[in-house]
Design a protein around this ligand. Structure first.
Ligand code: FES
Length: 641
C-alpha cells in the first residue's frame, strides 16, 4: 500500500515534532543508553527497561500480553496500546492504524513505539483467541502444549457393555496411546459416576494424569522457571491462550553458599551436607515463586499441570540433588545432558500431584540449559544472518551462528559484572549507579532515585567506556597523569585523585565527605578487573569467529542476554571492546531469554523438540585447552582505538 493518502498526516505530525525521524521500524533516535520506567495498566506493573526498547518487547519480557499475529514485526497492526503518560513519536504505520484523534490520545502500535522516557501505558484486553503466541525475541509459536484437556461424554456401562472404565475412556480418545497414572486411575470410577460420564481427561504428552468432572478444558496452566545462580524468575502461563498470567522473581536462596557456581560446587565438596541443603534452598525458591504467581494470577495450584525449567548445568544438578563435583573439575563432565522423567514434585513443588517437569538439556558443563533455552528464544538455529549471542555474567556463554553452523563456548569472566571484586561494586539494586555520562561534569543515573551507594556492572562498563572516550584512561587501561588530565578534560580532572597509593576517579562524594576513600569511586584496580573480564569474553567470540572464518564486521546482530547483559549500554559495550566494533543498532538487548525459551517449551511441543535438536546442531568449543588462547587474551586486554 502506498503511503500517499497519509502523507498529509505524516507532514502534520512531523511539524509538531511527533513523528519519529527514522523510517518505520528502523529504530529509535537516541544513543541507546539509560533506563526508563514503564507503568502498565490495568496490570499495575512498573518495569525498568533499557532506553529504546519497544513497548511490545518490554511488555513481553515482563509477562504482559499484547495482541499480535506478526510477532512484533510491524505488519499485523494488532499491537494497539495507549500511551497515557509521556509521549512516544508517531511511526508511519501508526498513521495508517489510527485516526488523527486516536493518535492525539496516545494510541500507538506497541512494536514500533520505542520507550525513550518514563511512560504510562494502557494495554487493552486481548481481542482474539490466539492460536499462536509471541514469545522470545519476536518468535511466534503455534499453541500445541504438552498439556491437553479432552472433554468426553462416555456411554454408560450396561450388562452388554462391561468394558473397564479406563478402556471406555481410551476408546473415546483413540488418537493417543494413553498411559494412566495411578492417581488418575484412583479417581476415575468415582468421577465418572458422579459426573454422569461427562468428564475431562488431563493429559501431559501421552500420560493421563487426572480426570475431572464436567468440561474443564479451558482451565490449564503451567509455570516457566528461569533458575539463575543469582535470580530466579517464574511465569505462570495460561495454556489455553498462550498468555502469561503472572510473573515474579526473587533472589536464589542459595546465595549464602556463594555468588557463583564454583563456590557452590566447592561447598558440596567440602561439606557432605551441603548438597542436601543447596537442593532444599533451590526448591524452596521455586516453591515460593510458584505460590506467589498462583496467588497473583488467582489460579488454583492444582490446575498447574506442567513446569519447564531452564538453568545452568550446576543449578540443574543442585535442584535435582545430583552431585555437581564433576562439573567443577577437569574434564568437566555432566551426569546427563538431558534429565528426563522428572515430576514437579521432585522439584519440591506442590502443584497438581501428577504435574510433570521439563528440564532444558545442556550442551556442556558451562553451556547449560539456560543457554539452550536462550538459543530457542532467539531462534539462533533458524536465522540466516551471522548472529552472535552473548550472555554476560560471571560465566559468560557465547554462541555464534553463520546461518548454517552454530558454535558455542563459555568464557570465565569473573565477578566484575556482578559488582564483585570492584571496590565500590554492588548488585543492581537501589542506590547502584547504573548509567554514567561524562560531559562538563559527571552525570549519574541511580536505581531507585536515592543517593548513590555503589556501582553495578552496567555502571562500571559505562564509567570505563566514558573515561576512555574523554581521554582520562588510555587505551592500555591506565589513568593518565594529572598534567595530561588537565589538558584533555579540565573540569573532570579534579575528580582524579588517590585512595592510598591507588589512582581513582571519584564519581560521587556525599555531602560533608572530604576523603576520596569515603566517596563512590572507580579505581585503577577496578579498571583492570573489567579489562580481564572483557578480554575473556572478546577472546571467546574472536576464537569462534576465527573457527567459522567470519570477519567481525560481518556480524549482523549481537544479542546481549541475561539479567546483566540486557541492561548494558550497547555504545559502551562497543567502546570497551566487549562486543565487535559494529553500528550501535546491531547490538540488541535480548532480555530474559532463558525464561522466554522455557515459556516456548511449555506452549509448543515442536519448540521443545527444537531445543532437543540443538544438542545435535551446536558444536561446543572448549577454550581452556586452546594453544592460542593466551596470546589472543593478551591481544584483547587493551581498549579499542
Ligand atoms: Fe504486529 Fe505490532 S505486533 S504490528
Amino acid at each position: 500500500m502506498s503511503d500517499e493518502p497519509y502523507e498529509f498526516a505524516v507532514d502534520a505530525f512531523r511539524r509538531e515534532g511527533l513523528l519519529e525521524p527514522a523510517e518505520t521500524g528502523t529504530g529509535p533516535a537516541h544513543d541507546g543508553t539509560g533506563r526508563v520506567d514503564l507503568s502498565f495498566s490495568p496490570s499495575g506493573r512498573t518495569v525498568r527497561v533499557p532506553q529504546g526498547v519497544t513497548l511490545f518487547d518490554a511488555a513481553s519480557w515482563n509477562g504482559i500480553a499484547i495482541d499480535s499475529t506478526c510477532g512484533g514485526h510491524g505488519t499485523c497492526k494488532k499491537c494497539k496500546i495507549q500511551v497515557v503518560d509521556g509521549t512516544v513519536p508517531v511511526s508511519r504505520l501508526d498513521v495508517r492504524a489510527f485516526s488523527a484523534d486516536q493518535l492525539k490520545d496516545g494510541w500507538r502500535l506497541a512494536c514500533l513505539a520505542h520507550a525513550t522516557q518514563d511512560l504510562g501505558v494502557d494495554v487493552p484486553p486481548l481481542t482474539t483467541r490466539p492460536k499462536a503466541a509471541t514469545v522470545g525475541v519476536g518468535r511466534q509459536v503455534i499453541l500445541r502444549p504438552a498439556v491437553q484437556k479432552r472433554y468426553v461424554e462416555l456411554d454408560e456401562p450396561t450388562l452388554a457393555d462391561q468394558r473397564p472404565d479406563l478402556q471406555r475412556l481410551y476408546d473415546a480418545i483413540d488418537d493417543l496411546e494413553l498411559r494412566a497414572d495411578l492417581h488418575a486411575l484412583r479417581r476415575l470410577p468415582t468421577v465418572l459416576r458422579q459426573a454422569d460420564y461427562k468428564i475431562t481427561a488431563v493429559i501431559v504428552d501421552e500420560d493421563l494424569i487426572d480426570v475431572e468432572p464436567g468440561d474443564t478444558s479451558e482451565q490449564r496452566y503451567a509455570i516457566a522457571f528461569d533458575l539463575g545462580t543469582t535470580t530466579v524468575v517464574a511465569t505462570l502461563l495460561d495454556l489455553a491462550t498462550g498468555t502469561p498470567v503472572a510473573v515474579q522473581s526473587m533472589l536464589n536462596k542459595q546465595q549464602p553458599f556463594g555468588g557463583d557456581v564454583i563456590t557452590r560446587i566447592s561447598a558440596t565438596m567440602m561439606d557432605p551436607d551441603a548438597l542436601g541443603r543447596l537442593r532444599l534452598l533451590a526448591q524452596e525458591t521455586l516453591a515460593e515463586l510458584a505460590v506467589g504467581v498462583c496467588a497473583e494470577g488467582e489460579v488454583d495450584a492444582a490446575l498447574v499441570y506442567e513446569v519447564a525449567l531452564a538453568g545452568n548445568a550446576t543449578m540443574t544438578a543442585l535442584v535435582l540433588g545430583i552431585d555437581p563435583e564433576p562439573l567443577g573439575v577437569a574434564p568437566f563432565v555432566m551426569s546427563t545432558a538431558a534429565p528426563t522423567d522428572v515430576r514437579a514434585a521432585d522439584l519440591g513443588l506442590s502443584l497438581h500431584p501428577g504435574a510433570r517437569a521439563s528440564l532444558f538439556p545442556a550442551l556442556g558443563a558451562y553451556v547449560g540449559g539456560d543457554i539452550v533455552s536462550g538459543m530457542l528464544a532467539t531462534g539462533m538455529d533458524r536465522d540466516k544472518r551471522v548472529r552472535l549471542f552473548i550472555d554476560v555474567g560471571t560465566n559468560c556463554e557465547i554462541v555464534l551462528s553463520d546461518g548454517d553452523r552454530i558454535l558455542s563456548t563459555a568464557a570465565p569472566a569473573g565477578p566484575a559484572f556482578e559488582g564483585g571484586a570492584i571496590r565500590c561494586g554492588m548488585r543492581a539494586a537501589d542506590g547502584a549507579i547504573e548509567v554514567i555520562k561524562l560531559g562538563e561534569d559527571v552525570v549519574l543515573q541511580v536505581i531507585g532515585e536515592v543517593e548513590p551507594q555503589g556501582l553495578c556492572g552496567s555502571g562500571l562498563v559505562d564509567g570505563v567506556a566514558e573515561l576512555v572516550r574523554v581521554g582520562l584512561l588510555d587505551h592500555s587501561g591506565r589513568f593518565v597523569s594529572d598534567e595530561i588530565a588537565k589538558e584533555v578534560a579540565p573540569a573532570l580532572a579534579d575528580r582524579l585523585t588517590y585512595v592510598g597509593e591507588e589512582r581513582v576517579f571519584v564519581l560521587h562524594r556525599p555531602r560533608g565527605v572530604t576523603e576520596a576513600a569515603e566517596s563512590v569511586y572507580l579505581s585503577q584496580r577496578d579498571v583492570r578487573e573489567l579489562q580481564f573480564a572483557k578480554a575473556a569474553i572478546s577472546t571467546g567470540w574472536t576464537l569462534l569467529l576465527d573457527e567459522l572464518e567470519v570477519d567481525p564486521r560481518d556480524v549482523q546482530q549481537v544479542l546481549l542476554a541475561g539479567s546483566f547483559g540486557s541492561y548494558l549500554s550497547p555504545a559502551s559495550a562497543i567502546r570497551i571492546g566487549l562486543v565487535p566494533k559494529l553500528p550501535v543498532l546491531r547490538i540488541v538487548s535480548a532480555g530474559n531469554v532463558a525464561g522466554e525459551g522455557a515459556k516456548m517449551a511449555l506452549l509448543s511441543l515442536r519448540e521443545r523438540a527444537g531445543a532437543a535438536a540443538l544438542l545435535e546442531e551446536v558444536r561446543y568449543v572448549e577454550l581452556s585447552d586452546r594453544a592460542d588462547f593466551n596470546d589472543k587474551f593478551v591481544d584483547q586486554l587493551a581498549f579499542p582505538g
